[in-house]
Design a protein around this ligand. Structure first.
Ligand SMILES: *Cc1c(COP(=O)(O)O)cnc(C)c1O
Length: 429
């Protein structure tokens, strides 16, 4: 469910026509709906309410301070994967007691920063990291709180580049050896193993992996407690899928149904790290057609958003719905299912100006005839869109706008050419 809709054949974000935003802020432009963001956060909070979970919004999904601040204001904590993300979370007003820190390669500097701020716990991903965390804690005279991240070794669930719980990926501790690793730190004066963590991958469109993961987790928690570790937290990570192609996402309730029984059984405090579920459908990428052309029998729509703005299609072969902002008379509403024929459309490639054959937002996509100046909306671009954007081809990064009701405000200005060289020291001499 989201608040992007066509009224009189004009696409609106909440009550604002997108053409108005394109006019005022230019394109390419990320447009976010505040009502959608909060709706999705609320959906998770309600579905899991029984467990009073610590919801830790995943900063890497979309780290804009204004979005993160909204999350904090509505009760969310943060899941961070770097010192930079911790900085963002704190700057957004995040409560350190609701911040968890994952990532396979935390440096001493990042660990110290997290100790100083007093985060809830570290999600530890290797034996070396666990021991190093103990050493760093000792050096500053503190006790580290750690949740062991387990790789529960589940069948493949998503794209090979985003599956984080099949055997052999770099994430977490192997389920076969995690207890040996934990045994090695029993009674460690500077380490407390207080939780078990898993993040299964993303986006996941079935509750089954969570059921299997949580069940394996319950067995591990019992074993860790038997070793003497005071396990209080079960952190089930993020990964809840969203609508990209059609209405394929599950409601948060479906995940709650398989996770909550294990929370009851283990009497742990539940931690969740949703990212995409909250912000994915709350944002779209607005772009303007520059040219159209035909080449080798293929039709191209060349518009001003590119792989440097939204790399998911290039990186993961991801599917994003794309539709004109103001479809002409006779065209249907944007299709909820692109796999069936759509009248008045033909297969076209939607590409950007970047000098790469891999620069595309969609391939062989049924779209109507577009012309120079027309606006296009690429839906479900709120997660891993701006967050993964780059300056490749010396392209200035897009602006971001947050809409609520009839009002809108710039939450990140469009970059300028000067921004492109700002970090290159002494570039004016
Ligand atoms: C990326 C990530 C998340 C968020 O995943 P989503 O699919 O966006 O919900 C949560 N936890 C960890 C450890 C992650 O790396």
């Amino acid at each position: 469910m989201d608040h992007f809709q066509y009224l009189d054949r004009v696409l609106h974000c909440e009550e604002v026509p997108l053409a108005e935003l394109a006019e005022k802020y230019g394109t390419p432009l990320f447009v976010y709906s505040q009502a959608t963001l909060l709706h999705h956060l609320k959906q998770i909070q309600s579905a899991f309410a029984e467990a009073d979970p610590i919801v830790c919004y995943s900063v890497k999904t979309n780290g804009n301070i204004h979005i993160a601040r909204l999350m904090a204001e509505h009760g969310s904590g943060f899941d961070v994967t770097s010192g930079g993300e911790l900085f963002r979370a704190l700057k957004a007003g995040g409560d350190p007691k609701k911040i968890v820190f994952a990532g396979v390669g935390k440096t001493d500097v990042e660990m110290r920063y997290a100790f100083e701020t007093g985060i809830l716990f570290f999600d530890v991903e290797s034996e070396q990291e666990l021991h190093r965390l103990g050493e760093v804690a000792k050096s500053i005279g503190t006790v580290a709180r750690a949740a062991l991240r387990v790789n529960p070794d589940l069948p493949p669930k998503t794209h090979i580049k985003t599956d984080t719980s099949v055997k052999g990926v770099k994430f977490g501790l192997d389920i076969d050896t995690i207890l040996e690793v934990a045994q090695g730190v029993v009674g460690h004066p500077n380490l407390q193993v207080v939780g078990l963590h898993m993040h299964l991958g993303s986006p996941i469109l079935s509750a089954e992996p969570y059921r299997q993961g949580a069940e394996k987790g319950a067995i591990l928690i019992a074993a860790l407690r038997k070793q003497g570790h005071p396990i209080q937290y079960l952190n089930m990570g993020g990964g809840f899928g969203i609508h990209y192609r059609k209405q394929e996402a599950l409601p948060a309730q479906a995940f709650a149904e398989v996770i909550l029984p294990v929370v009851r059984e283990t009497k742990c405090r539940l931690v969740l790290e949703p990212g995409r579920f909250i912000v994915g459908n709350a944002g779209l990428l607005l772009s303007r057609v520059i040219f159209t052309k035909e080449s080798g029998g293929k039709h191209y729509i060349i518009q001003d958003a590119a792989m440097n703005d939204l790399i998911r299609p290039t990186l993961y072969d991801s599917f994003h719905r794309i539709w004109p902002v103001a479809p002409s008379a006779g065209l249907p509403a944007p299709p909820l299912d692109y796999e069936t024929a759509i009248p008045h459309t033909f297969p076209q490639n939607v590409v950007g100006p970047v000098c790469e054959s891999g620069d595309f937002l969609a391939k062989d996509r049924n779209l109507p005839t577009m012309k120079r100046g027309d606006l296009l909306a690429t839906f479900s671009a709120g997660a891993y869109g701006m967050a993964m954007s780059s300056n490749y081809n010396a392209r200035c990064r897009a602006a971001e706008v947050l809409v609520t009701g009839r009002t809108h405000r710039l939450i990140r200005r469009r970059e300028t050419y000067d921004d492109l060289v700002r970090a290159e020291v002494d570039c004016n001499s």
